[in-house]
Design a protein around this ligand. Structure first.
Ligand code: FAD
Length: 546
């Protein structure tokens, strides 16, 4: 027998008809049938008549269907109609496969049928197609209903539209994938740790270091390094709710020549716990995590070390050269005494009597010979001019390097540097070392001038700007300045205007002028500047593509 329960009204009609039947059951009706039918329509006197169960199913917010053993639909509730878009009339007698979509793999249906035919409940997800042909994600449970002989009589199906949850899940997965892509593309090691130091999230750079460390957890190694080299335990810092930034540490890698250097930063983050008890916020607790970033600065550190060594080498070479020159000059001074003594003797001889011309000639020859010898000694001591190839140079970079070299001297002299570089300068073709020496000389001059004043506020201002066909540089100090009549003479060789002339040759500005000329520029002492000395110079020859 197939029971087809139609609409609400039809159900009511059935219940009414059964009520009339039970009021006067035909003679010979088995008592079990009367009992069963009474149970179905319920007893109006009972506290909870079975009809209530029927209404509960009918009005349930879940789509419910009852099918026969072949999945032909016998009953659907209101939500089923609303969700699928089909009316009961369209559904009754049809197979549940009316909802099937080719987006569900056949293997899922097979599994469903295998389970329910074994008299077990099946739960899973299918893609259903509604009456308009639109797909939705259905979370379905199918339970077999057995008859008294234990055989399958009906199937009870219950499903919900979980498309929205699926969409949210997909969005979450997508967001996670996006975050992972960004993290993996970052050239910085990123790792998220819980309070116990367990890794919750990491990126490609982290995994790379894990490989280099041959399986030792990079977090442990970095933590050790931070503790030993900077006295920071990142987990303690995070527990205290503090953060740390740009702490540089080194770690040694087995099989690598030099250490790896990292600049580490740690930021505490808080995450709310996801337990059921925290749902309404009353029992909400926060878990502290640490976001650790480690930037590989090995190349930069190596560059600094290389520059340091280079600087040291240059200083040593300079000291060696000065030492050699002192030796040669001392020898020349000693040798000059010979001809001077002979000159003195010749003068004495001329003053006393008529000198013998042959003796005088021999004395002059002696003077000439020892002078030649002293001259030769001096020539040997003359350092060779260094040859340097032309290359693209950035004036801001050169000035910055010189300032760095001069830091100690500037600090010792109590000079405040006012560095006003142009944001962008054209690259010039030039000789970097010659230009560095030139800027160093001009800055040394400024420091020397400032040391000759009693001013407590000592300022060195360096300004660069781009001009047509090159770069202009101003080096300005608030020292004593250069008197108007000495401004031109200052560029002449051997001119010395310092109060303290010791160790000065008076060649600095003359050589500066030469270097500026070689770079197609000009140099002058600004006559309009009254509060000290302002040297203005230009350098030409921008880099061209040819
Ligand atoms: P079908 O030709 O119907 O069957 C595909 C495969 O399923 C067959 O190859 C076979 O392996 C298995 N199969 C089908 N019928 C039987 C059977 N009587 N005995 C053993 N194996 C069988 N499907 C949905 O798509 N959406 C639903 O919401 C849905 N709800 C259901 C609710 C209930 C109570 C039941 C019993 C079934 C439900 N089904 C549902 C399953 C539905 O009956 C179809 O099996 C399914 O839709 C596949 O339909 P089809 O036309 O693609 O393939």
């Amino acid at each position: 027998m197939t029971i087809q329960i139609q609409a609400n009204t039809a159900a009511q009609t059935i219940i009414d008809v059964l009520g009339g039947f039970l009021a006067a059951p035909p003679a010979g009706t088995p008592p079990e049938v009367v009992e069963l039918l009474s149970l179905m329509i319920g007893d109006s006197e009972a506290p909870l008549p079975p009809r209530i169960y029927f209404e509960a199913v009918e009005q349930s917010p879940v789509a419910i269907s009852i099918t026969d053993a072949e999945a032909d639909i016998l009953y659907v509730n209101q939500t089923f109609e609303t969700l699928t878009g089909y009316s009961r009339d369209e559904l009754l007698g049809k197979n549940q496969s009316i909802l099937s979509s080719n987006a569900t793999p056949k293997s899922i249906y097979k599994q469903l049928w295998k389970t329910i035919n074994e008299k077990r409940t099946w739960s899973g997800t299918l893609i259903n197609r509604d009456s308009d042909g639109a797909d939705y994600v259905a979370s379905l449970t199918v339970s077999p209903v057995l008859d008294q002989a234990g055989e399958i009589a009906f199937f009870l199906g219950m499903h919900r539209d979980v498309s929205h949850e699926h969409e949210l899940e997909a969005q979450l997965r997508q967001q996670k994938a996006r975050i992972e892509t960004v993290l993996d593309a970052a050239p910085v090691l990123v790792v998220l740790l819980d309070e116990a130091g367990k890794v919750l999230l990491d990126n490609h750079e982290y995994k790379k270091l894990l490989g280099d460390l041959r399986g030792r957890e990079p977090v442990e190694v970095l933590r050790e390094a931070l503790l030993e080299q900077a006295g920071i335990d990142p987990l303690d810092v995070v527990r205290a709710g503090r953060s740390f930034k740009n702490v540089e540490v080194s770690i040694d890698i087995p099989g690598r020549r030099g250490p790896l250097w990292f600049s580490c930063s740690g930021t505490p983050t808080s995450e709310v716990d996801g337990s059921a008890r925290s749902y309404f916020g009353r029992n909400r607790s926060w878990e502290r995590h640490l976001l650790l970033l480690a930037n590989d600065i090995t190349a930069r550190r190596r560059e600094i070390e290389r520059a340091h060594l280079e600087n040291l080498r240059a200083r040593l070479a300079e000291e060696q050269m000065v030492h050699g020159m002192r030796e040669a000059l001392a020898a020349a001074v000693y040798q000059m005494r010979g001809p001077l003594n002979v000159i003195q003797a010749a003068i004495g001889m001329l003053e006393r009597s008529n000198p013998d011309p042959t003796t005088l000639a021999s004395m002059l020859a002696q003077i000439s010979a020892s002078s030649q010898q002293a001259l030769a000694t001096l020539k040997v001591a003359l350092p060779e001019e260094t040859k340097e190839a032309q290359a693209p140079v950035n004036v801001n970079e050169l000035l910055r390097q010189v300032l760095e070299l001069e830091t100690d001297r500037l600090l010792a002299a109590g000079v405040v540097v006012d560095w006003q570089p142009a944001h962008v300068l054209p690259k010039l073709t030039g000789q970097g070392n010659h230009l560095r020496c030139m800027f160093k000389h001009l800055i040394d001059n400024a420091i020397r001038a400032l040391n000759e004043t009693n001013k407590s506020h000592r300022v060195l201002r360096l300004t660069t700007r781009a001009i047509d066909e090159g770069v202009e540089v101003e080096i300005q100090d608030n020292g004593p300045g250069i008197a108007a009549d000495e401004r031109y003479k200052a560029f002449e060789p051997f001119f010395i205007g310092w109060r303290n002339r010791r160790n000065r040759a008076g060649m600095g500005l003359a050589l500066t002028q030469e270097i500026v000329n070689q770079h197609g520029g000009w140099i002058q002492i600004d006559s309009d500047f009254r509060d000290g000395c302002r040297i203005r110079l230009s350098l030409g020859r921008p880099v061209t593509d040819e």
